[in-house]
Design a protein. Structure first.
Ligand SMILES: [Zn+2]
Length: 109
């Protein structure tokens, strides 16, 4: 965990795999509207730095949620495996959606 302290940031996103082998990308964001954090069910106020969690499903398709940074650090990140940091430019929503449209199958590291 400490290796990824303070991430995701402006420069670095994180990517890991969940129990089912779906990719979970953690991206720093600033909220433009009110979101509900799935971790604590509390509000994420507008203008708050938070963590966007975008799943790229193993069988195709994407889905994203907005989390408090601390909730993601405490509840989500510990459940991911093979967590690594990725330059933030590689984790734009457009790129991840494209990744989600790719046919399922072998996926390189
Ligand atoms: Zn929360």
């Amino acid at each position: 965990m400490s290796a990824h302290a303070g991430l995701p940031s402006v420069r670095w996103s994180l990517r890991g795999l969940d129990d089912e082998g779906n990719e979970a990308w953690l991206i720093r964001g600033v909220s433009r509207k009110l979101y509900r954090c799935p971790g604590c069910h509390g509000d994420i106020e507008i203008g708050t730095e938070h963590t966007i969690v975008q799943y790229v499903h193993r069988l195709g398709g994407t889905e994203h949620h907005h989390w408090h940074r601390r909730c993601a650090e405490e509840l989500l990140i510990p459940a991911l495996r093979e967590l690594r940091r990725i330059p933030a430019g590689e984790s734009s929503q457009a790129k991840l959606e494209k990744r989600g449209r790719r046919k399922s199958g072998r996926r390189r590291g």
